[in-house]
Design a protein around this ligand. Sequence first.
Ligand code: ZN
Length: 189
Amino acid sequence: MATLPILEIPHPTLRKRAKKVRTVDNKMLKLAYNMVDTMKSAGGVGLAANQVGELWRIITLQMPDEEESRVYFNPEILRRSGTREVEEGCLSLPGYRGIVNRSVWVRFKGTDHTDTTIKFKADSMLSQALEHEIDHLNGILYTDHLAEHEKLYRIEEIKESDLEEDDEQSQIGNYDPKESESPASLKLK
Ligand code: ZN
């Protein structure tokens, strides 16, 4: 497994729509597992294939409270409900965070690393991460959802002014793996 370079704005691949994965074969699995390594070494909660320059519909997630990383091929939001304001960051926009509107919950469908189609309802950080990463596959960045220009700010400014409030917020793109038990890596079949 290997880590891959993460593209940053304004790289044009971040604005392209990724293609459907027809077969979850070894090539796609290798890419997905390299994405897991890349996401973990960058300390991210999620990563989309566009961010490593590959236009395939693949996302990886590492929830802070879960041991194993998640890998989804052809992920889709089937239904979304409600609106809430959340704080968000992105590995492709290092040094910034912003306040965006996300759904309260989503109904999700995707194919996992065992080539099994799964569906589930997600809320909280998982729902936010799924929306964020699936947006990437459609060329959308979280900054497209900012309600106001002022709601994007540099992380240094947060540290000076808002540090105490930060604990309750979702931390996509800024998750520190050292703060939780070290998650086990996915194993290749
Ligand atoms: Zn992102």
